[in-house]
Design a protein around this ligand. Structure first.
Ligand SMILES: [Zn+2]
Length: 139
């Protein structure tokens, strides 16, 4: 698994995404603006849901073709909603318990969590505009 390193959209500085204190969002070490927050779930889903902003979880797998269409959209959303959204990629082959806990039947499935509770679910690969339409009311 790769390190979660992102480039700041404001100044271009490369930042390692640590886990910020609960209720805070990661900020650029150079210019202090919010960073795109996109991480790979490593220790399951629960610790990733403890964020001060809504958390969009992408249930995906290597072998899932449509998941590859969703991935770049999620990277764009993380940049566009920096400071307002956290995106978590959860590989269902590595985290079957999380998949079962949220009754994810097919992938890609995206679930938006607010305060740790699921508030929106998108099954299948939607075009970006359609996805934003579903998510925007919660952001
Ligand atoms: Zn910066």
């Amino acid at each position: 698994m790769g390190e979660d390193i992102v480039a700041c959209v404001h100044c271009g500085a490369k930042n390692r995404l640590g886990r910020p204190p609960v209720g805070q969002v990661p900020v650029c070490g150079a210019c202090k603006k919010p960073l795109p927050w996109l991480v790979n779930a490593k220790e399951g889903l629960t610790p990733e849901l403890q964020a001060g902003v809504p958390v969009l979880v992408d249930f995906w797998a290597e072998w899932c073709g449509p998941c590859r269409m969703v991935a770049p959209i999620l990277e764009e959303l993380a940049r566009e909603y920096a400071g307002r959204l956290k995106v978590v990629k959860l590989n269902v082959d590595h985290h079957p318990l999380a998949q079962a806990a949220y009754h994810v039947q097919g992938i890609p499935t995206l679930i938006l969590f607010k305060n740790g509770q699921p508030v929106e679910r998108v099954v299948g690969a939607l075009p970006k505009a359609a996805l934003v339409q579903k998510l925007a009311p919660h952001l």
